[in-house]
Design a protein around this ligand. Structure first.
Ligand SMILES: *[C@@H]1O[C@H](CO)[C@@H](O)[C@H](O)[C@H]1NC(C)=O
Ligand SMILES: *[C@@H]1O[C@H](CO)[C@@H](O)[C@H](O)[C@H]1NC(C)=O
Ligand SMILES: *[C@@H]1O[C@H](CO)[C@@H](O)[C@H](O)[C@H]1NC(C)=O
Ligand SMILES: *[C@@H]1O[C@H](CO)[C@@H](O)[C@H](O)[C@H]1NC(C)=O
Length: 383
């Protein structure tokens, strides 16, 4: 008798749990707010040290002084005096700092918060610095491994919910265009004389990686476009004295603008095709040009020259003295600068861009900002 009562009680409780879940799906308020994870893909803009663990050149590594000198007090592999953009995004999302995927301590326990797959020097195209960086497709294949582990550990249902709630951020493209234009690489797949075709390949490959992540269960994506490449100190060293208007007219900046036009069209297309797909696109090209032009407006003093390096604009990429040129200069007040080395940003500038991605209700980030993507949990009851 007792066991039957217990059984009835059990059925009742079970029934109540099920009804609560169903009500939740309709009202979308009563399930406890789950922490959405952050998965990071792309190039040096986002790399937190994956390249420390691959066989590459010192040009593709930043694991020596003075990188890391301000925030971490030691070189972590980030191309910055301190943090890179995803470090701030993780902080805003109340997540811990996310480890590079190849870091020995990165494991299942911390995949619960996400992980960082980005690799300095990498591109959307396999051919971009092949062999010295982890290309975007390979990064996506690492993510599939993680997803497999999560599905095994959490079960399919919970893993699906976890992956749908996570946010996936991607910064890629700069190296595809930069390498094709600034090196006479025989591996360039497309004649750069046909810029639109080249841009279509890059965009096509980004789209295909987003679809791979979607297949695994990803729904919320945050992207950056590509900056005005000829205006980076590393490019301007060759044209000392030219204005910001002039470097924007040059070839690589013009291709970056083709990319800037094509990226939102691709994302809108995916939104039409893929159920539940949401994105946030930050106009890095526009935002960077703005802060380079008006550094004082955003709390900087120098928007065009780098803090660390040599030559005009400190654009010779010698920061750290390990890339062929031994002698380099280092500025005194790093927080005055938008660029730390000849290509990459200071901790303070990374924070500026992370803010734009997170809260940007201005014209630089649309249609959603990352804060909104983190808050969406419409897929909580989708399974
Ligand atoms: C790293 O690359 C160098 C040069 O390509 C090669 O000689 C060396 O064997 C590689 N090391 C490993 C561990 O793959
Ligand atoms: C590319 O090749 C051209 C012609 O061969 C040469 O003038 C130029 O300096 C080369 N550029 C680089 C970056 O190697
Ligand atoms: C991706 O890039 C490769 C070259 O690396 C190209 O052959 C392929 O067509 C591209 N894929 C898409 C979908 O555009
Ligand atoms: C341009 O070159 C001149 C002479 O080498 C140098 O004095 C000046 O500082 C350079 N300008 C910039 C912006 O680096």
């Amino acid at each position: 008798m007792g066991s039957i009562r217990f059984f009835m009680y059990f059925i009742l409780v079970f029934h109540v749990i099920i009804s609560i879940q169903i009500t939740c799906c309709q009202s979308r308020i009563c399930l406890p707010e789950k922490q959405a994870a952050l998965f990071i893909f792309g190039d040096s803009q986002f790399d937190a040290g994956n390249n420390n663990y691959i066989n590459t050149t010192t040009s593709a590594q930043a694991n020596y002084d003075p990188y890391g000198e301000t925030y971490f007090k030691y070189p972590t592999g980030r191309y910055s005096d301190g943090r890179v953009i995803p470090d701030f995004i993780a902080e805003f999302a109340k997540l811990p700092l996310l480890l590079p995927y190849l870091h020995p301590a990165s494991s299942l326990d911390n995949y619960i918060f996400g992980v960082n797959f980005a690799s300095a020097g990498s591109g959307a195209l396999l051919e971009t610095r092949q062999g010295t960086a982890i290309d975007l497709k390979t990064q996506a294949s690492y993510f599939k491994q993680v997803s497999k582990v999560l599905k095994k550990k959490l079960g399919d249902g919970e893993a699906k919910e976890f992956l749908a709630n996570a946010v996936y951020i991607i910064a890629v493209g700069d190296n595809d265009y930069g390498v094709a234009l600034f090196s006479n690489s025989s591996t360039t797949v497309v004649n750069i004389q046909h810029p639109q075709e080249f841009v279509n390949l890059v965009i096509g490959n980004i789209s295909s990686v987003i679809q791979d992540i979607y297949e695994e269960g990803g729904r919320k994506f945050g992207l950056l476009n590509v900056g005005p490449i000829n205006c980076y100190p590393i490019a301007r060293i060759f044209m000392n004295g030219s204005s910001l208007d002039e470097c924007q007219k040059q070839e690589a900046s013009a291709i970056a603008r083709l990319h800037r036009r094509a990226l939102p069209i691709m994302l809108q297309e995916l939104q039409k095709q893929l159920e539940g797909f949401k994105y946030s696109l930050t106009d890095y090209y526009g935002a960077l040009t703005e802060v380079m032009r008006y550094p004082y407006k955003y709390g900087f003093k120098e928007g065009e020259a780098a803090c660390c390096g040599g030559g005009s604009y400190r654009g010779d990429f010698s920061c750290g003295g390990k890339r062929g040129i031994k002698k380099y200069e280092l500025c005194e007040n790093v927080n005055d600068f938008v660029y730390f080395d000849s290509v990459h940003h200071t901790d303070k500038a990374a924070q500026h861009f992370a803010n734009l991605m997170w809260t940007g209700h201005n014209h630089f980030t649309r249609p959603y900002n990352l804060k909104q993507l983190f808050q969406f949990s419409s897929l909580h009851c989708a399974y």
